[in-house]
Design a protein around this ligand. Structure first.
Ligand code: HEC
Length: 129
């Protein structure tokens, strides 16, 4: 009798735990709401494209005067060399924070906007060709 109860409890426990495990499965992409996605696209067009180019090719109008110039985000092999954490860091804290050119400005207003920053990172990833 007691055994049956123990078995039943274990089965219930397994049921309760399984979906949580699936969700927490390692490096799953962060959930990004449509609003965050849209805000990120607006931010990229209004703030980033002037240097990085509308398609991230590093050819924005303001890039001409920059040394070093922003790289081409469409470059797949470069994309593979950088982690999302690094992209989050440089977007929030600027080039100076990661040993790159301080011409890459920090975005302190995004410091607490995790979802929008994740959406910006996803946007950068989506530029790869
Ligand atoms: C005033 C021009 C300017 C603006 C605006 C700007 N950037 Fe940059 N960004 C740069 C430059 C220049 C670099 C290259 C720094 C270097 O290589 O030392 C850079 C580097 C980067 C990198 C790192 C690339 C690498 O080579 O590791 C990322 C990611 C990035 N910018 C994202 C953004 C995003 C997202 C925005 C908008 C929120 C933005 N930048 C706005 C100039 C700019």
């Amino acid at each position: 009798m007691t055994r049956k109860i123990v078995f039943a409890s274990l089965a219930l426990l397994a049921l309760a735990v399984t979906p949580a495990c699936n969700k927490g499965g390692g490096a799953a992409a962060p959930v990004i709401s449509p609003q965050a996605k849209q805000e990120a696209q607006e931010i990229f067009s209004s703030r980033c494209a002037v240097c990085h180019g509308a398609q991230g090719a590093g050819d924005g109008a303001a890039s001409a005067g920059l040394t070093p110039k922003p790289r081409n985000f469409q470059d797949k092999s470069w994309q593979g060399t950088v982690k999302d954490d690094y992209l989050v860091n440089i977007i929030k804290n600027g080039g100076g924070a990661v040993g790159k050119s301080p011409a890459m400005p920090p975005n302190p207003d995004l410091a607490e906007k995790t979802e929008v920053v994740n959406a910006l990172v996803a946007h950068l990833r989506g530029l790869a060709k």
